[in-house]
Design a protein around this ligand. Structure first.
Ligand code: OAA
Ligand code: MG
Length: 283
C-alpha cells in the first residue's frame, strides 16, 4: 500500500469509529469537557480567529516542522469533506503557516476546519470566508515547503493526545477532543449535564418563582459556613460600633464621608484624610 492509500485506509477506520460525532456537535466545548470528567481540553491559547467560528468533526492529524507547511498542503489534498485538520508543529508561534490561499482550498474540498498549535495569517480573509480556524497565534511570517512528516498518526496538540478520527469540538471558548470510541457516551453525558444545568438556571431567573427562596437559603448557607470558619460573631466588634456611631454623628462644616477618619484612625492605605472642618486629621 502506497503512502497515500495507507493514510486513507487508516483515516477511514477512524471515521467509522467516530460514530456519534454528530451528536457531540450539539454541545459546547465547555459542556463536553465537563461531561467527560474535565478531560480533553487543549491549551487555552488555541482560540478561533473569529469568536463566531465553531466546528465539530473527525480529526485528520499531521505532524510538521515548525516553520514548514508542506505537510499541511499535502493533508488538504488527502482529507475528506467534514474532516478537521489537526496540526502539531511544536507550539511555534512565529509562523503564519495557513492563510487565505489554503483556506480557499479547504473550502473547495468541504473540510470542517483547522486546528493548529502554530500561527496563521490573512485573518481578515479567513473571517470573510467563514472557514473555522483555531490557532495558537497570528503571525505574518511565511513558511518554507520542504519537510516531509507523518500524517494520520497520533499527535500531541495543545498538550493533548489526538488520534485520527477522534472527535474535535471547538467554539469561542476553546477546543476539546473526545476519544472516538467515547463519542456516543460523552454525547449522552453532555445532554444530561446541559439538561440539569438548564433546569437550575431557569429556577434562578430574576423574578422567577423560586428566586427569593433560593437567595435566602443561599445567604443562610453562606452565613452558616462563615460561622463554622469563625468569621462571624454574634455581636459586632467594639470598633465596628464606634465607626457606625461616628458615621451617624452630624458633621460640622463640610461633610466628611469617612467614619474611619472621624474617629481618628489612620487610613490603612491611599490618601490621608484632608485637613478640613469636621474631619480630624489622621494621626
Ligand atoms: O501560503 C502560505 O504559506 C500561507 C498563506 O499565506 C496562505 O495560505 O494564504
Ligand atoms: Mg496568504
Amino acid at each position: 500500500m502506497g503512502q497515500r492509500d495507507d493514510a486513507r485506509f487508516r483515516h477511514q477506520r477512524g471515521q467509522v469509529l467516530a460514530h456519534g460525532f454528530a451528536f457531540v456537535s450539539a454541545y459546547s466545548s465547555a459542556t463536553i469537557h465537563e461531561a467527560q470528567g474535565r478531560l480533553g481540553a487543549l491549551e487555552s491559547a488555541i482560540k478561533p480567529v473569529d469568536h463566531r467560528m465553531s466546528l465539530c468533526g473527525p480529526a485528520f492529524t499531521l505532524q510538521r516542522a515548525p516553520r514548514d507547511n508542506l505537510m499541511l498542503q499535502t493533508a488538504i489534498g488527502y482529507a475528506r469533506p467534514g474532516d478537521v485538520i489537526v496540526v502539531s508543529a511544536g507550539a511555534y508561534e512565529e509562523a503564519g503557516s495557513f492563510g487565505d490561499a489554503l483556506a480557499n482550498a479547504c473550502r473547495a474540498k468541504g473540510l470542517g476546519g483547522l486546528i493548529t498549535d502554530t500561527g496563521v495569517r490573512d485573518t481578515e480573509d479567513l473571517r470573510a470566508l467563514g472557514f473555522p480556524v483555531f490557532s495558537r497565534s497570528i503571525s505574518i511570517k511565511g513558511t518554507v515547503k520542504e519537510t516531509v512528516g507523518p500524517m494520520c498518526e497520533p499527535v500531541t496538540v495543545g498538550g493533548v493526545l489526538v488520534r485520527p478520527g477522534d472527535v474535535m469540538r471547538a467554539d469561542a471558548d476553546g477546543v476539546v477532543v473526545v476519544r472516538r470510541e467515547d463519542a456516543a457516551e460523552v454525547a449522552t453525558a453532555s445532554q444530561e449535564r446541559a439538561g440539569a444545568r438548564g433546569g437550575r438556571l431557569h429556577r434562578r431567573v430574576p423574578g422567577g418563582p423560586n428566586r427569593r427562596r433560593d437567595v435566602r437559603s443561599r445567604a443562610a448557607a453562606d452565613v452558616e459556613r462563615a460561622r463554622d470558619r469563625g468569621r462571624v460573631t454574634r455581636r459586632p466588634a467594639a470598633r465596628h460600633v464606634a465607626y457606625r456611631r461616628a458615621a451617624r454623628r452630624p458633621a460640622r462644616g463640610r461633610p466628611c464621608r469617612s467614619p474611619r477618619a472621624r474617629v481618628g484612625v489612620r487610613p490603612v492605605s491611599g490618601k490621608r484624610s484632608p485637613d478640613r472642618p469636621g474631619c480630624p486629621r489622621a494621626t
